[in-house]
Design a protein. Structure first.
Length: 201
């Protein structure tokens, strides 16, 4: 996991490309844009308050394309039929060495929308709620107004500006069921971190 206190890498050029793809915006959450957000959100955590002015190490890991599964019914052989959805990016955050034992760790989910058409026609965003502690609709700065209108009546969905790296609307923290939290961690670990160890029998 990356440690914020190791120092910030060089910032991206302020000059934006004329056309930036969904994938490129997704990758920004793994770079300085995501790092700045983690730092800002950690400032008001219990871990920082307990530290009383002392610096604490903040570790985080960004995982892209995280699949979540909800069981719908079971087949005749007993195996589960599950509805799958994909969260564009999830950041797992550990604010301080005591975070895990004190349950101060938290997760941030993102649905990335790079174009106006994709933003306006998407109706699945509310289905991602209940899987991460915080959830953001992440858009280019030029789509902020449209994003704000889309989630105006949804307190649990925030708006994050991908170009300027700022929180436009902070979401209300969610109560994540233990089963969802474990499913998310299992997916991030087995699906992503163990790819290099794959073999065939």
């Amino acid at each position: 996991m990356r440690n914020i206190n190791e120092g910030y890498p060089r910032r991206q050029s302020a000059k934006l490309e004329k056309k930036i793809s969904h994938r490129e915006y997704q990758e920004r959450l793994s770079g300085t844009v995501g790092e700045k957000l983690v730092a800002d959100l950690c400032k008001n955590t219990k871990a920082v308050k307990v530290a009383k002015g002392f610096r604490i190490p903040v570790s985080y890991k960004t995982t892209e394309e995280v699949v979540i599964r909800e069981e719908k019914e079971r087949r005749q052989d007993g195996t589960a039929m599950k509805k799958t959805r994909k969260i564009d990016a999830v950041i797992f955050v550990e604010p301080g060495d005591r975070a895990l034992c004190q349950d101060w760790d938290f997760t941030i989910g993102f649905e990335v929308k790079a174009t106006s058409s994709n933003l306006l026609k998407d109706d699945k965003i509310p289905h991602y709620l209940g899987w991460t502690d915080l959830f953001f609709l992440a858009v280019p700065d030029m789509l902020i107004e449209k994003a704000m209108r889309k989630v105006a009546d949804k307190d649990a969905i925030g708006v994050f500006a991908l170009d300027s790296g700022r929180v436009v609307k902070k979401p209300k923290a969610q109560n994540v069921p233990v089963s969802h939290r474990l499913e998310l961690m299992k997916e991030a670990f087995f699906r992503h971190n163990m790819k290099s160890s794959k073999m065939w029998l």
